[in-house]
Design a protein around this ligand. Structure first.
Ligand SMILES: NC(=O)C1=CN([C@@H]2O[C@H](COP(=O)(O)OP(=O)(O)OC[C@H]3O[C@@H](n4cnc5c(N)ncnc54)[C@H](OP(=O)(O)O)[C@@H]3O)[C@@H](O)[C@H]2O)C=CC1
Ligand SMILES: CC(=O)[C@@H](O)[C@H](O)COP(=O)(O)O
Ligand SMILES: [Mn+2]
Length: 391
C-alpha cells in the first residue's frame, strides 16, 4: 500500500492522478489533497477518497470547503490546513510515502523542497519548482534520502529509457515538442493570435499555464532545464525535436548509436502511473497505442528563429544561478498578462529576454536569494508590461 499526498489535486494532473489511483484501489491510500480555491471540486474529492488532511490557499476557501463538506455529509472530515504552511505540512506528512507535486508555477517550490527534505518519493509534475530551485532541491533530496520520479511526459520517457543504463553510455537526450497551438503559423502571423487560440493545444488537454507555454515553446525551454537537473546531463547534450503527434515523448541516443524511445498515446495517466509505481508496471484499462492506425509519425528540427523562447531556456540554463528562476517567474507574469489580454502573444519572448538582460545574478543562491530573485523578476516583468501597455 502506497500512501499518497497530491498537491494540486483539483488541476489537470491532480484529477488524472486520482483517476490512476481509482484504477488501483488496493494499492493506494490518499493521505492528503491540496488545491488553491476550488472548494467544490476538492470537497468531491474528499468525499470520494477520504484523506486525513487537506490544504487550501486561504481562510475564505477553508470556510467554503468546510461548508461544502458539511452539506455533503461525508465522513470522517479531514483536517483543513491553510496557505503555504498548510501545503508544506502535507508535503512532509509523516504518514505519506509519495508526494505528487502538481501545483503550478513557483507556488509549488517550497512544498516540493519540504517533501524532498522529508525523504519522500516525489512524483514531479511541477517543473517550475525544479527549474527555480534546481541545486537546492537536489541537495534537499540527497539530505532527505528520497527520490524524484518525473511525471512530465518527456522526462518520464527519458527516465524509463535510462533505467539500467550506465551514465557513461548516454550521448544525448532528445525531448519532443508538439510545436503548440501555432505550429502551422509563421512568426509574422503571430501578431494576430489571441489567448483563446493559444489555449487550443493540438494534442493534450492540460491546465492553462502549461498550454500557453506549449504555444510559446517556453514549456520546452523549462523542460530542457528540468532535464538538465533531473538527469545531470549538460545542455549541449539535450536536444529538442518537433514531433506533430506527441506519441514519441522522448528519445535517448547512446554512445554506440543505438536510440531508445518511449511511446504512448498522449495521455498523462501513463507517466503518472509510472511515477507512482516505478519500476513496476501493473496492467491498466487506459487506451492502447495502435501504430498501424496512426500510420505516420512526423519530425522536424526546432529553430530559435521560429521559437526564440526555446533558446532563452538554453541561455538561462547555461548561465545557471538565479537565471532559471528569473526566466520562469517572468514567464508566469507574462502568461497571466496574456490570459488577461494585457500582453500580445508575439511580445512574450522580447519581454522575457529583457528581464534576463536586466537581471543581476547570484551564482549559487540560497532559498532567500531565490525568493528575492523570483520577487524581482515578477516586479520587473509587470513593470515592463504596464509600461508597454500604457503606450
Ligand atoms: N496538465 C498536464 O498535462 C501537464 C502538466 N505539467 C505540469 O504540472 C503542473 C500542474 O499543471 P496542471 O495540472 O496542468 O495545472 P492546473 O492549472 O490544471 O492545476 C493547478 C493546480 O494547482 C493549484 N494552484 C494553482 N495556483 C495555485 C497557487 N497559487 N497556490 C496553490 N495552488 C495553486 C490549482 O488549484 P485550484 O484548482 O484550486 O485553482 C490546481 O489544483 C504544472 O507545473 C505543469 O507545467 C507537466 C506535464 C503535463
Ligand atoms: C504532456 C506534457 O508533458 C506537456 O508538458 C507537453 O509536453 C506539452 O506539449 P508540448 O510542449 O510538446 O507542446
Ligand atoms: Mn512535457
Amino acid at each position: 500500500m502506497r500512501r499518497v499526498v497530491i498537491l494540486g489535486s483539483t488541476g489537470s494532473i491532480g484529477v488524472q492522478t486520482l483517476q490512476v489511483l481509482a484504477e488501483f484501489p488496493e494499492s493506494f491510500e490518499v493521505v492528503g489533497l491540496a488545491a488553491a480555491r476550488s472548494a467544490g471540486r476538492l470537497a468531491e474529492q474528499v468525499c470520494a477518497f477520504g484523506p486525513r488532511a487537506v490544504a487550501v490557499l486561504d481562510g475564505e476557501t477553508a470556510e467554503a470547503l468546510a461548508a461544502e463538506l458539511a452539506a455533503r455529509r461525508c465522513s470522517p472530515r479531514p483536517e483543513i490546513l491553510v496557505g503555504e504552511e498548510g501545503y508544506v505540512s502535507l508535503a512532509e506528512h509523516p504518514d505519506a510515502d509519495v508526494v505528487v507535486s502538481a501545483l503550478v508555477g513557483f507556488s509549488g517550490a517550497i512544498p516540493t523542497l519540504a517533501a524532498a527534505e522529508a525523504g519522500k518519493t516525489i512524483a514531479l509534475a511541477n517543473k517550475e519548482a525544479l527549474v527555480a530551485t534546481g541545486e537546492l532541491l537536489l541537495a534537499a533530496l540527497s539530505r532527505g534520502g528520497g527520490r524524484i520520479v518525473p511525471v512530465d511526459s518527456e522526462h518520464s520517457a527519458v527516465y524509463q529509457a535510462l533505467a539500467g543504463e550506465p551514465r557513461a553510455g548516454i550521448r544525448r537526450l532528445i525531448l519532443t515538442a508538439s510545436g503548440g497551438a501555432f505550429r502551422h503559423l509563421s512568426r509574422e502571423e503571430l501578431v494576430r493570435v489571441t489567448a483563446a487560440d493559444a489555449l487550443r493545444h493540438p494534442n493534450w488537454a492540460m491546465g492553462p499555464k502549461v498550454t500557453i507555454d506549449s504555444a510559446t515553446m517556453m514549456n520546452k525551454a523549462l523542460e530542457v532545464i528540468e532535464a538538465h537537473f533531473l538527469f545531470d546531463v549538460p545542455y549541449e547534450a539535450i536536444d529538442v525535436l518537433l514531433h506533430d503527434e506527441s506519441i514519441v515523448h522522448a528519445m535517448v541516443e547512446f554512445q554506440d548509436g543505438n536510440v531508445k524511445a518511449v511511446l504512448s498515446v498522449p495521455d498523462m495517466r501513463f507517466p503518472i502511473q509510472y511515477a507512482l509505481f516505478a519500476p513496476e508496471r501493473p496492467a491498466n484499462s487506459f487506451p492502447r497505442l495502435d501504430l498501424a492506425r496512426v500510420g505516420t509519425l512526423h519530425f522536424r528540427a526546432a529553430s530559435c528563429e521560429r521559437y526564440p523562447a526555446l533558446c532563452l531556456g538554453y541561455r538561462a540554463g547555461k548561465a545557471g544561478g538565479t537565471y532559471p528562476a528569473v526566466l520562469s517567474a517572468a514567464n508566469e507574469v507574462a502568461v497571466q498578462a496574456l490570459l488577461e489580454g494585457r500582453l500580445g502573444f508575439h511580445a512574450v519572448e522580447d519581454l522575457l529576454a529583457a528581464v534576463l538582460d536586466a537581471h543581476v545574478p547570484v551564482a549559487h543562491p540560497t532559498l532567500t536569494e531565490l525568493r528575492e530573485a523570483d520577487r524581482w523578476a515578477r516586479e520587473e516583468a509587470a513593470r515592463r508590461i504596464a509600461r508597454a501597455y500604457s503606450g
